[in-house]
Write a protein that binds this ligand. Structure first.
Ligand code: F6P
Ligand code: MN
Length: 333
């Protein structure tokens, strides 16, 4: 079988399908190169002394791991000089970062969660990188939060990488979802799944059950019915999986269906959810919708939310369409 590299795929998108402009192709190539570098650092683990705490905290008050900081620096450095970006924003930085004056500037904004699933870094479980691309609005300072505060429907591209037994890059340019596996000998990503579709029906769910006592009634009802199995109103037995790395849980859903929930809960009423809208929920919601699934907060479609701040949190229910619809319906009552 002839293998299609990510570069070849992107060139075809640009020239054959006229689906993307040259600078967006370059942007994706550069992010993919950064992902390769992060994959190498993650893969070396203790051998390279990259495990453990960085001894610092991020804007959300979370302790940073050394690899959170390394991954953030790799993405910033790779993307600052290519001329395709106007600014970048990251989970690990309080404010957006502009492009240094000595480099050319482009029209896109890049947002990322450099290393998703931080609690899994030191225990050798899959982690990943999530990213989202927006266009910089005219007449707005690209380094202002204002430039970034666009609903997820405005994303021109979204993707994530999973650093698991193999490194896989999942990508959407707004016309379907494709997965590329890193060939470590060649050092290039090869297309391994084209036009991914999430199965509509599922028997698998993902939620952190330890938060059950804090859930709101619609989530109590929905998960309660799944747990009731064949004898309950859903009439079938469900299985539960929770990796605690959203990238790995979403990749599983893209592979064999399922539903993922990180709902709003009463554990910390000041937080409307755990996951961040702009660089976690939005890119994942675009990917899931592009693969035929659905993504809501329980109350509204994630991609329709007009963000109020760069690091805002949101409730997330995503995956197989039929399941997301049931859980969302229970919130409507
Ligand atoms: O980035 C947040 C995150 O690490 C997700 O990747 C993951 O789904 C979730 O948090 C895990 O949360 P918890 O620690 O509650 O299981
Ligand atoms: Mn994350």
């Amino acid at each position: 079988m002839r293998s299609v590299s990510l570069s070849r795929f992107l060139i075809d998108e640009q020239w054959q399908s006229h689906a993307i402009p040259a600078d967006l192709r370059l942007l994706v190539e550069v992010v993919a190169r950064a992902v390769k570098a992060i994959s190498i650092a993650v893969g070396k683990g203790a051998l390279a002394g990259v495990l453990g705490d960085a001894g610092s905290g991020n804007v959300q008050g979370e302790a940073q791991k050394k690899l959170d900081v390394i991954a953030n620096e790799i993405l910033l450095e790779a993307n600052e000089w290519g001329g395709h970006l106007a600014a970048m924003a990251s989970e690990e930085m309080e404010h957006p970062q502009g492009i240094p004056h000595r480099f050319p500037k482009g029209e896109y904004l890049l947002l990322f969660d450099p290393l998703d699933g931080s609690s899994n870094i030191d225990v050798n479980v899959s982690v990943g990188t999530i990213f989202s691309v927006l266009r910089c609005p005219e007449g707005v300072d690209p380094t202002s939060e204002q430039a970034f505060l666009q609903p997820g429907t405005q994303q021109v591209c979204a993707g994530f990488a999973v650093y698991g037994p193999s490194t896989v890059l999942v990508l959407t340019l707004g016309k379907g979802v494709h997965a590329f596996t890193l060939d470590r000998e060649l050092g290039s990503f090869l297309l391994t799944r084209e036009s991914i579709r999430i199965p509509e029906e599922t028997k698998e769910f993902a939620i952190n059950m330890s938060n059950q006592r804090f859930w709101e009634p619609p989530v109590q009802r929905y998960v309660g019915e799944l747990l009731a199995g064949k004898a309950g109103p859903r009439g079938k037995d469900y299985n539960m999986r929770w990796v605690a790395s959203m990238v790995a849980d979403v990749f599983r859903i893209l592979s064999r269906g399922g539903v993922f929930l990180y709902p709003r809960d009463l554990k910390d009423p000041s937080k409307p959810g755990r996951l961040r809208l702009m660089y976690e929920a939005n890119p994942m919601a675009m990917i899931v919708e592009q693969a035929g699934g659905a993504a809501t907060t329980g109350r509204e479609r994630i991609l329709d939310i007009v963000p109020a701040s760069l690091h805002e949190r949101v409730a997330v229910i995503l995956g197989s369409k039929a399941e997301v619809e049931v859980a969302t319906r229970y919130h409507q009552g």
